[in-house]
Design a protein around this ligand. Structure first.
Ligand SMILES: [Zn+2]
Length: 369
């Protein structure tokens, strides 16, 4: 293929990926074929498969766009490229049949950070806004990678982002640049860790601190201490449910009395794909949800969507640390929240509303009855 033609088709492919709201684009050489896939709404989908003979040219072109070393094919490289005002992170990796390249689209659209777009229920929204106004304490968002935790935190920060507050965030890496917030990236190569940055923040007259993720005891200790001394701290943890966050922090070596007095709210969350409104159909059989027998929708697929789905919405479980829960944490008791809507029930509500399918809920939450 002519060079100009290749440049044009790669540009077109990247623009197409952006139009489809892909989060990642994979370029994969195999022994007998070449495959390009895109992750859309959290699921990988096959795109075009150019001839294998173009593998090297495609890799070279992407590396040139990101100013990487095109001669280096034996070591992984990483960098960044910009197309149509969108930044993409690029990483290369030697594989048995050449180089695999993955582009990750950096979502820098501030407009998407509206708290009302997260999919909170009216009750959740009120709770979140109330607790964001606390002068001090710790707010945790939990869930696996790709469950939208950072979006939730950023939406909160966006509300708090006002002249009268000094907001600092430490992240690895910074996902969305936000004007008005002092964002510091972790740099392990330079020895700049979460805890070193947090200590520096504390010397900078902070009101609110966002910690990308609590991964170790040292970070957890600083976060808890800061949350008890007049700072509002927002962070994430890698746990499956809200209650597990307490156990996880215990395992890191944080005492229950510290947790009870500092944590105000723990949110567990997941993202599920929304059914495409143009092609969803009512399933033949009814399902039983919470004593109720109701109709539900299934995904079909049309030219408006991919596989019957279009966009995603969050499922949330809100564990508010009430005085009762505080007492249970202090006494090392089983935590039994009253009125908490579990992730499963939040998902069932979306199925009931026809927003998502039962199959999608099972894909995200695993099998349940
Ligand atoms: Zn459709």
């Amino acid at each position: 293929m002519q060079q100009e033609q290749l440049v044009e088709s790669i540009n077109q492919l990247l623009l197409d990926a952006l139009a489809k709201r892909a989060s990642d684009i994979h370029f994969e050489p195999y022994q007998h074929s070449y495959r390009i896939r895109m992750r859309i709404d959290g699921v990988l989908q096959d795109m075009t498969s150019p001839p294998l003979t173009l593998a090297k040219q495609i890799a070279a072109r992407l590396k040139i766009m990101a100013k990487l070393n095109i001669a280096e094919q034996r070591l992984p490289q990483d960098g960044q490229l910009v197309i149509d005002h969108y930044a993409m992170r690029i990483s290369t990796l030697p594989v048995i049949n050449g180089e695999k390249i993955v582009l990750r689209v950096m979502d820098n659209h501030e407009s998407q950070l509206a708290i009302t777009d997260l999919g909170f229920t009216a009750q959740d929204l009120t709770t979140f806004q109330q607790i964001l106004n606390y002068p001090q304490g710790l707010i945790l968002v939990t869930g696996p990678t790709g469950s939208g935790k950072t979006m939730t935190l950023y939406s909160g920060l966006k509300i708090l982002n006002q002249t009268d507050r000094n907001i600092c965030s430490v992240e690895d890496p910074i996902e969305i640049p936000l004007e008005g917030i002092n964002q510091t990236p972790v740099n392990l190569k330079a020895g700049l860790t979460f805890s070193i940055i947090l200590r520096a923040f504390l010397r900078q007259d902070p009101d609110i601190m966002m910690i990308g993720e609590i991964r170790d005891k040292e970070t957890a200790e600083i976060a808890i201490q800061a949350a008890q001394t007049g700072h509002l701290i927002l962070s994430t943890l890698h746990t499956n449910s809200s209650i597990e966050a307490i156990t996880r922090l215990n395992q890191m070596g944080i005492e229950n009395y510290l947790l009870a007095s500092s944590i105000k709210l723990i949110i567990a969350q997941r993202l599920v794909r929304k059914l495409c409104p143009h092609c969803k159909v009512v399933a033949n059989e009814l399902i039983k949800l919470e004593q109720e027998v109701i109709p539900h929708f299934i995904a079909m697929g049309c030219n408006h969507c991919i596989g019957g789905y279009q966009g995603r919405i969050g499922l949330y479980e809100f564990l508010v640390i009430t005085p009762e829960i505080q007492q249970q944490i202090l006494n090392h008791q089983v935590i039994t929240p009253i009125n908490m809507i579990s992730l499963q029930n939040a998902g069932k509500n979306l199925v009931k509303q026809g927003m998502t399918s039962l199959a999608e809920l099972h894909r995200v939450l695993g099998d349940f009855r």
